[in-house]
Design a binder for this molecule. Structure first.
Ligand code: PA5
Length: 376
């Protein structure tokens, strides 16, 4: 069960209405996902993971935003031991990064999991083109296509159409779950299973949070809205475990894309202590006072726990609100809890700010400009 150190006033009637809206929303599929998981899909995911483990030394995971950050966050945090190394690609348009990923694969045996709900996003499409070419050169077309796993829309998009035409193994991003809420679908579960993260435990953690920590998540949603409305414009997520840096990135995307619209929202920032105490610590202690800190208080060793305690005291003395969120463990179960907890809190808080938590119209603006520049 997730523990927190705050207890804001919750308008119960409003909270109940919001929860009903989330459950009924056409993009609210993640809300009941942990309890209604498609077990047939889970079996297919594990079978595909086994095949990849048998055939490959490297799995290239291609995707960006919600099609990338969740599984990367858990793999980086838990550092599972797998015979298959995961190489990430398609999360920028930098040629340098793509060449680096291609070099990392080198002559190793590899498979590709290309993940894009829309199937049209440019960054993964460019990387996929490069890795497909490499697969075909190494294995010939027939075997290459058997090494491609496409996670995309059920029935539409360029990637869907290509996957059907070429016979790639397909996994579906459910219609009712958007990118940044999709880590517990095949989007995250296939790469996680390949990396030997215990995906059953991850789901158990999420289901536990849905039963035991939903009320706390609602409280956190209300707390964020209360602070945001009082002029605290920035929330700084703070972790004391360096391997959770990508979980911070996942949080930034979840909150940034869900809340930042119609001139609303709290800016999500993140730090990793104690490293960042020697860079941003000064600002946290003594800079502009329009931010608050949310410490994700992962169970940690004795020495690290002391610095957590010291920071809480010092930053409170510095005059910023310090929230703490404590998961039950630093493992799959704990991260499953955190994922569900933050998704729910984020949806609640976005609704309190009066915005739709599940769309991202602002992301289209740069894409339109880029498409004009490259004449797509
Ligand atoms: O949360 C979201 O919907 C976005 O961050 C998407 O995941 C991201 O833009 C990638 O989109 P796609 O999966 O369609 O390639």
């Amino acid at each position: 069960m997730i523990k927190v150190n705050f207890d804001p006033k919750v308008d119960v009637e409003r909270a109940t209405k919001i929860l009903k809206e989330i459950a009924k929303d056409k993009m609210g599929g993640w809300f009941s996902l942990p309890k209604k998981y498609d077990m047939g899909e889970l079996v297919r995911i594990k079978e595909a993971a086994k095949k990849i483990q048998d055939e490959s030394e490297i799995l290239v995971c291609i995707g960006i935003g919600g099609s990338y950050l969740g599984h990367r966050a858990i793999i980086e945090a838990l550092r599972p031991k797998s015979s298959v190394k995961i190489v990430f690609a398609g999360n920028s348009l930098s040629r340098r990064e793509l060449d680096h990923a291609l070099r990392m694969v080198g002559d190793h045996d590899f498979s590709v999991n290309v993940i894009s709900k829309s199937g049209t996003t440019l960054e993964p499409a460019v990387a996929f083109g490069a890795f497909k070419k490499k697969l075909i050169e190494k294995y010939g077309e027939e075997e290459a296509y058997q090494r491609i796993y496409a996670t995309t829309d059920r029935k539409q998009g360029a990637l869907h159409d290509e996957a059907v035409a070429c016979g790639y193994t397909r996994f579906v991003v459910p219609d009712n779950i958007g990118g940044r809420y999709s880590v517990l679908t095949a989007v995250g579960m296939l790469p996680l299973a390949v990396a030997r993260v215990d995906i059953d435990k991850l789901l158990e953690g999420a289901a536990d949070a849905a039963s035991e920590s939903a009320e706390t998540a609602v409280k956190y949603g209300f707390m964020r809205h209360e602070l945001g409305s009082k002029g605290y414009d920035t929330e700084v997520f703070a972790s004391f475990e360096p391997s959770t840096m990508y979980f911070n990135e996942w949080l930034k995307q979840l909150f940034g894309e869900s809340e930042g619209k119609d001139k609303q929202g709290v800016w999500p920032a993140a730090v990793v202590y104690s490293t960042d105490l020697h860079s941003l610590g000064q600002f946290m202690q003594d800079g502009r006072r329009d931010l608050w800190e949310t410490i994700i208080d992962y169970p940690t060793d004795e020495m690290n726990a002391k610095v957590v305690q010291a920071v809480k005291i010092a930053h409170l003395q510095g005059g910023i609100p310090v929230l703490t969120i404590t998961p039950s463990s630093f493992d799959e179960r704990g991260f499953g809890e955190l994922i569900y907890f933050f998704e729910l809190a984020c949806a609640v808080s976005a609704k309190l700010f009066g915005v739709n938590p599940f769309d991202q119209p602002g992301v289209e603006a740069y894409k339109n400009e880029l498409n004009k520049l490259i004449n797509v």
